[in-house]
Ligand binder design. Structure first.
Ligand code: AVJ
Length: 325
């Protein structure tokens, strides 16, 4: 199985090498951690689809509510006259929410090109096929790669005004300081008059948040444990997932919702040449899903150099799409 380490494709070999180096560094760190950006192999994609379908996972439903019911408002805020623009989506995935906006923009004959960015070429080609079917008149250019490299590429493809979509509270997967750095870097890549639209999950009753990440059916636990399986398959490790347990926390003081895998016994895991030792009850810190208050969001805009344009809420006021310039 792990002969994939010697894959023929040089890009895949480099990607896998980077994965190994990062995982080793993270597991040798104290406290141990793993990066949630690696959750999304094909099994992880599938499990995340199942999470989105959970009754208690409200995030997707709330943002869909905004994109379904305030489509014209969003379009008015991001379009200026008939000036052509590029609509760039970071981590587009299946683009279910943005499709409402795309449909609306095409119907009103806005002059724009949709540029989804994703690291998964497979996801992009499926997306392109689906969108060509659903909205034949849509101009679409897929950009496969890292966010900032692909934004730079988009800048060379056309000099049109840019609108960046970063939906789904994906920004919550960064620690606050990293989110600020990310937004500052995003700002530095853009020109005067460009817009960003970022989805934020809002602080709310702690039990509501915890339930979204600690479902009794165990799908979220599986989603976390799947990264250990991925490391087994792709890097030839020997994690026994029965010896790790999903543990979720939410701290209403700072809005940090964090997941951990707890080692249920003292155990050794082999990863390549390395032995990783766990003591009983030792955590691996897996993911942060940061929650924000409206003022946290305004502060983030300010500190990263953006100006406020508008705030759109779902009917429950559980989620916010913020538009900045
Ligand atoms: C895809 C990053 C938005 O943090 O809510 C869902 C991932 N993790 N359940 C989130 C996730 C556990 C999700 N994001």
């Amino acid at each position: 199985m792990n002969s994939s380490l010697h894959s023929e494709n040089p890009i895949e070999t480099i990607t896998k090498h980077k994965f190994l180096i990062e995982v080793l560094e993270d597991l040798k760190n104290n406290p141990k951690r793993l990066s949630s950006k690696y959750f999304y192999d094909s099994k992880g994609d599938h499990l995340f689809q199942k999470i989105m379908a959970l009754e208690d996972y409200y995030l997707t439903k709330c943002e869909l509510d905004i994109f379904k019911n305030q489509t014209a408002e969003i379009a008015n805020l991001i379009c200026s006259d008939d000036e052509p623009f590029d609509l760039i989506e970071l981590g587009a995935g299946d683009a279910v929410k943005s499709t409402f906006l795309l449909q609306h923009l095409v119907r009103r004959e806005a002059n724009f090109t949709y540029m989804p960015i994703d690291i998964s070429g497979n996801i992009l080609s499926v997306l392109k096929t689906n969108l060509n079917d659903a909205i034949p008149a849509l101009n679409i250019i897929c950009l496969k790669g890292e966010y900032f490299e692909m934004i730079e590429k988009a800048m060379t493809i056309s000099s049109n005004r840019k609108v960046i979509l970063f939906l789904g509270s994906n920004i919550g997967n960064m620690e606050i300081a990293d989110a600020e750095q990310f937004c500052s870097k995003l700002k530095s890549k853009l020109n005067h008059g460009d817009n960003v639209l970022i989805g934020f999950d809002l602080k709310k009753h702690p039990k509501t948040i915890l339930r979204a990440y600690d479902d009794p059916t165990g799908v979220t636990a599986k989603f976390n444990l799947n990264l250990l399986l991925r490391i087994n398959h792709e890097l030839g490790a020997n994690f026994n997932i029965n010896q790790f347990e999903h543990y979720q926390t939410y701290d209403p003081l700072n809005g940090a919702c964090r997941s951990y895998l707890i080692s249920l016994t003292e155990q050794q895991v082999t990863l390549g040449e390395e032995q990783i030792s766990f003591v009983k009850n030792e955590p691996i810190y897996m993911e942060i899903s940061q929650k924000f208050s409206p003022s946290d969001i305004r502060e983030l805009a300010n500190s990263s150099g953006f100006n406020f344009v508008s705030e759109l809420y779902d009917s429950k006021k559980w989620f916010m799409d913020a538009i900045w310039e």
